[in-house]
Design a protein around this ligand. Sequence first.
Ligand code: UDX
Length: 438
Amino acid sequence: MALKLSVIGTGYLGATHAACMASMGFEVIGFDTEQNKIDFLSKGKVPFYEPDLEELLSKQIASGKLTFTNNIKDLADCDVHFICVGTPQVKGGIAADLTFVNSALESIAEFVKAGALVVGKSTVPVGTAARLRSRLIELNPKADLAWNPEFLREGFAVEDTLKPNRLVVGVANDRAEEILKEVYAKNLAENTPWVRADLPTSELVKVAANSFLATKISFINAMAEVCEAAGGDVTVLAKAIGYDPRIGSRFLQAGIGFGGGCLPKDIRAFMARAEELGAKQAVKFLEEIDSINLRARQRIIELVRNDLSNDLKGKKVAILGAAFKPDSDDVRDSPALDIAAQIQAAGAIVTVHDPKAIINAQKRFPALNFAEDINTTLKDSNIVLHLTEWKIYRQIDPKTVKTLVKDAIMIDGRNALDRELWLKAGWKFRALGRSQVG
Ligand code: UDX
């Protein structure tokens, strides 16, 4: 008999995991406490933007393999329960808020069937899995708990889930590993690397990976600061060091830095947890990683000020991009929106464009102006900021849009535009980590 799976929490991670598991042939039931999410998903609609997900999800709903419920008891006959709820930053601190993970476990512990395996996928502070496992066994001695961190990137969530570059399972015994091998049999058949770990190591793998990625981005942004001081060009520097396979060229895009629902809060939660464990010094460098990252936002605002004679009052600022990265409508800790809000607070008239994230951005920053099309955004502006590197922005013809703006000044916050093209069209071109030309 094929395993029956449940997925608790249907955000970016859970909805994707549920649809992908169903597409691998399992019967899957997704649970969420938010009724509107369940209503959406049950109709085969995805309540956020993620390429390819809606198509996959609606197909699985139509096939009958995937269903959604807001009645937790509907999960009773599942063999494996994936916990995919969020672990946001606590209000007023840097630690992770475990309310949703704790309540997910409590809500199913007593009724899961004998032999059921609860599998945590959420990013949690090390030690959480062992604590939850003890609690589960206390409430239900015949159940077990494993940890299976998720590494999916927004914008590539489906691809990363169907074809992960590795599978990491934190288990307390062979049986839990065997069950997970059954769940991921298709990936194993495709030779996906399989790493068995103990519970704490599996939790640490996730935060270590995200800390490394954050460090790589802040490293190149620190080099951008030095390049600015020394008259160098960080894009050339990144290209040159990236050819060394020990360094690698990915995640060396200098700009306004990292945001989103993962990297910023994960490195902070890691610092908080390390301190509790008496290992504060070991990850103290992450404080600097965080500072470099946040400094990039201030540095770009400085560039804007320099070009607007240090006075933003009444200046029209056009902003291209609101999402924390392209191919996503996620605006959680978006550097682009943070910059937009700060510029507006300094007195500028800011208009923001984004192909997918306007609704979410509006909810977070209702006082900002938003425009549905690029031309309206650019019209009569004194300066243009490119803050999320959507493909459509690279397709803008600088010659054509020059006639729309008041002053042709482009600030490329992502080092993703073709500088020569913009200069040739008569624009002033500014970017972090490069000489300011034009
Ligand atoms: C990240 C991890 O990559 C993923 O493995 C984990 O599961 C969740 O967190 P995600 O938040 O989707 O994924 O985005 P990611 O692609 O890592 O980008 C994070 C941020 O870094 C974005 O704001 C992006 O714009 C920025 N970034 C990325 C840079 O500034 N420069 C780069 O070179 C790469």
